[in-house]
Design a protein around this ligand. Structure first.
Ligand SMILES: [Zn+2]
Length: 169
């Protein structure tokens, strides 16, 4: 087994250690609480787009409304329209940042569906044809995970280069 410096050491992510803020984590992130690391790459008066603290793949984004709603049917028409425009813009950014081959896009609505956060959030997950299995990671054969703070830095840069405009939606 080759020893290639492991993939990414979650132990060293100080922001994960010993921090379990009370309340809705997305409301806290929205309010820029000091208890939550800011991985947002963009926000306006309706939505925040953020790198996921626990990414499935690098570039795994969450897009969530500022309003704490828990069901897609609670979104207003304006929010729905904005969200579609944002989705398009963010996919373009991820294409440039990560060159994925595919995407998973969707919601987990309700705990039984796998939602660990009740505040409604859209997942956008870059996917690749041959993703590294956990066995490869443990064997140190592949580097899969990028520090989410580094992903955030890269995506913020791209978002600033070609800002979102409402006319896209
Ligand atoms: Zn919330």
């Amino acid at each position: 087994m080759e020893d290639s410096g492991y993939f990414f050491n979650f132990e060293k992510m100080s922001y994960v250690k010993g921090r379990h803020p009370a309340g809705c984590i997305l409301c806290l992130a929205r309010d820029r609480s000091p208890d939550v690391v800011d991985l947002s790459i963009w926000r306006d008066e309706l939505f925040v787009a953020s790198v996921n603290l626990y990414p499935y793949n690098p570039g795994h984004l969450l897009v969530y409304p500022l309003r704490h709603v828990e069901d897609v049917r609670e979104l207003t028409g304006e929010e729905e329209g904005r969200l579609l425009g944002l989705q398009r813009w963010l996919l373009d950014i991820l294409d440039r940042a990560c060159s994925p081959h595919a995407y998973n896009i969707g919601y987990n609505m309700g705990a039984a569906a796998g939602a660990s956060i009740s505040h409604l959030h859209l997942h956008i997950i870059p996917r690749y044809p041959r993703e590294t299995g956990i066995a490869d990671l443990i064997a140190g054969r592949r580097v899969l995970v990028e520090d989410p703070r580094e992903t955030t830095r890269r995506l913020r840069e791209l978002a600033a280069q070609e800002p979102f405009s409402i006319s896209r939606s």
